[in-house]
Ligand binder design. Structure first.
Ligand code: NDP
Length: 283
């Protein structure tokens, strides 16, 4: 028996894209055309696919998008010089450096060169600082965790007072996710590869967010009956996409995001929102 209610990220993301489209039209009437530049270094096929979907999503809502492709052997200095030029360009409201970068480049150093006011990924330390000091409305929140919060909000789930467990502590997903749940007044636990009794930690969660990157890592018997389970993982197994949460979770959880069609579309919708926000702030 399938018990969990599906949280339809695809539908909710489509709703958000419509809202963004209307905002872009208003900005265009005021002669502001929101612009996003994506910097792609190297030939990683997954990155190329992500960048193409971001570009398509921008076009659909009227955001001007541009991809700057650089060869794999680009030096860190060359990359930083390009970012500096984009920082100065008034037509560029958002800058996104597609990760991962080739091994010879220090990704943290590169992300620090992006003007925080154009850092639509929300990875610059200034924006991370805003998030952890309750000033996220002044900066940019990373797209994936912001998308998860929007999924919760639009499904009518209020984290206040609930036990939230986040599995994964990356700067991209786990840590900002924990900050946002904390801001929403959940009691938050962050788990990682050294956590002991992970199963017990997960079973306590009213809201369980999983961002580990291991196919079907969390099974149904790790989940509290009726819990809200958000599966951030994107894994490719035998040519098909699957999440970090096993199918058996459908029988136990109260709400669950599918993969694909859950968090993934929300990440892109949030990127569009952040780009429009960056453009609005220039007015
Ligand atoms: P990282 O590899 O950066 O982080 C993975 C985290 O999982 C780490 O904190 C790691 O712990 C933890 N972990 C690994 N193994 C275990 C274990 N056995 N038990 C408990 N914790 C463990 O990945 P990301 O955060 O970047 O991404 C996570 C997943 O989300 C991936 O599948 C990725 O593809 C997907 N993703 C999806 C997005 C979307 O739009 N839907 C966007 C971004 C990512 P430790 O820190 O101790 O090593």
């Amino acid at each position: 028996m399938v018990g969990a209610q599906l949280i339809d990220g695809k539908r909710i993301a489509a709703e958000i894209r419509q809202e963004v489209k209307a905002e872009v039209a208003e900005l265009r009437e005021r002669n502001v055309v929101p612009g996003l530049t994506v910097v792609l270094v190297g030939e990683d096929p997954a990155s190329q696919t992500y960048v193409r979907s971001k570009q398509r999503a921008c076009e659909e809502v009227g955001i001007r998008s541009e991809v700057r492709k650089l060869p794999d052997h680009t030096s860190q200095t060359q990359l930083m010089k390009l970012i500096d030029e984009l920082n100065q360009d008034p037509a560029v409201h958002g800058i996104l450096v597609q990760l991962p970068l080739p091994g010879h480049i220090d990704a943290d150093a590169v992300l620090r060169t992006i003007d925080p006011a154009k850092d639509v990924d929300g990875f610059h330390p200034t924006n991370v600082g805003c998030l952890w000091t309750g000033l996220s409305y002044q900066g940019f929140v990373p797209c994936t965790p912001a998308g998860v919060m929007e999924l919760l909000r639009r499904t009518g789930i209020d984290p206040r007072g609930l036990d939230a467990v986040v599995v994964g502590r990356s700067n991209i997903v786990g840590k900002p996710m924990a900050a946002l749940l904390l801001e929403a007044n959940a009691t938050v636990t962050i788990c990682h590869s050294r956590t002991q009794n992970l199963r017990d930690q997960c079973r306590r969660a009213d809201i369980l967010v999983v961002a580990v990157g291991k196919p079907r890592f969390i099974s149904g018997d790790w989940i509290k009956p009726g819990a809200v389970v958000i599966d951030v993982g994107i894994n490719r197994v035998d040519g098909r996409l699957c999440g970090d949460v096993d199918e058996s979770a459908w029988e136990v959880a109260g709400f669950l995001t599918p993969v694909p069609g859950g968090v993934g579309p929300m990440t892109i919708a949030q990127l569009l929102k952040n780009t429009v926000l960056a453009a609005k702030r220039t007015l």
